[in-house]
Ligand binder design. Structure first.
Ligand code: NAD
Ligand code: AHE
Ligand code: ZN
Length: 370
């Protein structure tokens, strides 16, 4: 079939809107009509050329929601008409990783996914001149239709609005999951969140859900304060506006250091600050941000010797087919809020403007509706 997509033709170039050819689903695969997709900073990271795994041409996008149009041979858990969210972290429920209680990183299709291919080692997308186009994070939601492995689709409530719950495909789950699954924050904790964007604000609402007493938000952009407070932030710090060292300032503000800190910026210098403002003896710092090729984290080992813990999280530690439908239900029941974070709605043709809004710090989430 033919469908419309925003294609990343080369690193650093704007996405190009074009008609593309899409082959139907093979064994174990599902054809999905994407109804809406969010723009996550990770899409921009790959588009820009910063991603060591970036491959071009590719159809980016990993924060979508849509409807099953066709199922391939052997697909048993989904049928035509089901509403789904594609998962960049699949859940096969069989591999060593899926069977391990301490990780969500299903590895059953990770190697082909990293090469921009479906599990059989081929791509379903090509340009009209026959040039193959790579998949991205196994999702490629910047296309009106996409083919996704069955194990990488979460079946969700049919009443859930696509233009809101698409965000559960990455940002919401990553932020809330980092608090609940990775850090396992206790009631009464003090926390610091660096970066009040599409991920950091969800960390903040996760901290509120978990019953944290103090939630400090840190961002260079003062415009993020209002939204942070709406989602439960108790204190705001703009590092460019304080005298002296930001770490010392945060340690004092949290009365000796935070129980939990989170990096949602992707900046390795900020990651160090996040670790070092965690409390001596027990503070844990969770890296969420994705850093450019070649970037490395550093600290004095003494920071860890004296009891601070450095961890990371992918997709908030969520097992997607199990946890994503539940998070959609939380949204439908009013337990979590998404609507205020969807600051911009765009047509596919306007997708590059969405990345401009991200860079200008004007959007939290821009969502493309098909
Ligand atoms: P975003 O652009 O919406 O937000 C980033 C925020 O960080 C902005 O508010 C910006 O002003 C702030 N910021 C930038 N530099 C800063 C600094 N030095 N100090 C303080 N604040 C600073 O991006 P996002 O979509 O929220 O993504 C955030 C990061 O999380 C990205 O690196 C993204 O790739 C990563 N991410 C990781 C996962 C995962 O599973 N680990 C999932 C989604 C996104
Ligand atoms: N390809 C990059 C790393 C990108 C990365 O860390 N991706 C996160 C999800 S970000 C979603 O917005 C992730 O899930 N990582 C685990 C995995 O297996 O990819 C690089 O540096 O090579
Ligand atoms: Zn993302």
């Amino acid at each position: 079939m033919r469908t419309r997509a925003a294609v990343a033709v080369a690193a650093g170039k704007p996405l190009e809107i074009m008609e593309v050819e899409l082959e139907g689903p093979k064994k174990g695969e599902v054809l999905v009509e994407i109804k809406a997709t969010g723009l996550c900073h990770t899409d921009e990271f790959t588009r820009s050329g910063d991603d060591p795994e970036g491959i071009f041409p590719a159809i980016l996008g990993h924060e979508g929601a849509g409807v099953v149009i066709e199922v391939g041979e052997g697909v048993t858990s989904l049928e035509v008409g089901d509403h789904v969210i594609p998962l960049y972290t699949p859940e096969c429920r069989e591999c060593e990783y899926c069977l391990h209680p301490k990780t969500n990183l299903c590895q059953s299709i990770r190697s082909t996914q990293g090469q921009g291919l479906l599990p059989d080692g081929t791509t379903r997308f090509k340009m009209l001149d026959g040039t193959p186009i790579h998949h991205y994070m196994g999702c490629s939601t910047f296309a009106n239709h996409t083919v996704v492995p069955e194990i990488a689709l979460a079946k969700i409530d049919k009443n859930a609005p696509f233009d809101k719950v698409c965000y559960i495909g990455c940002g919401v789950t990553t932020g809330i999951g980092a608090v609940i699954n990775t850090a396992k924050v206790e009631i009464g904790s003090r926390a610091v969140v660096f970066g009040l964007g599409g991920i950091g604000l969800n960390v903040i609402q996760g901290l509120r859900l978990a019953g944290a007493d103090q939630i400090v938000g840190v961002d260079l952009n003062d415009d993020k304060e209002e939204m942070g407070r709406h989602f439960g932030m108790t204190d705001f710090v703009n590092p460019s506006k304080i005298d002296g060292d930001v770490v010392a300032h945060l340690v004092e503000l949290t009365k000796g250091g935070a129980d939990y800190t989170f990096d949602a910026t992707g900046n390795v210098k900020v990651m160090r600050q996040a670790l070092e403002c965690a409390h001596k003896g027990w503070g844990e710092s969770i890296i969420i941000g994705v850093a450019p090729a070649g970037a490395e984290i550093a600290t004095r080992p003494f920071q860890l010797v004296t009891g601070r813990v450095w961890r990371g999280t992918a997709f908030g530690g969520a097992k997607g087919r199990t946890d994503v439908p539940k998070i959609v239900d939380w949204y439908m029941q009013g337990k979590i809020e998404i609507d205020p974070m969807i600051t911009h709605k765009l047509k596919l043709e306007e997708i590059n403007h969405g990345f401009e809004l991200m860079h200008e710090g004007k959007s939290i989430r821009a969502v493309v509706e098909f």
